[in-house]
Design a protein. Structure first.
Length: 95
């Protein structure tokens, strides 16, 4: 889906590269200046990822598990992160 939409990397990879700790700070800042734009966002998912040390590529784990020599697209999904995602997922609302 990522490539079909013209994006070089997916959202989870982008967050892992930038760092979930950085992402959490950006989310809090953006929520404070434009709360209506982030009304449906759940910061608890990113906070729990941070609390468990899954801060992204720099830590070796985020949404994916990073090992030396891994090539893009060949990473293993972090099963613990997947459980956190499931814990905070909500049904999509179609308008």
């Amino acid at each position: 889906m990522t490539l079909s939409m013209g994006l070089p990397i997916g959202a989870c990879t982008l967050i892992d590269v930038g760092g979930l700790d950085t992402g959490a700070k950006v989310f809090k800042y953006m929520f404070n200046i434009a709360p209506q734009r982030f009304a449906g966002g759940n910061h608890q998912l990113i906070q729990e990822m941070n609390d468990r040390g899954f801060v992204g590529r720099k830590a070796g784990k985020g949404f994916y598990i990073y090992k030396d020599g891994d090539k893009a697209g060949k990473r293993e999904v972090n099963p613990a992160a997947l459980e956190i995602i499931k814990k905070y997922s909500v049904p999509m609302k179609i308008r």
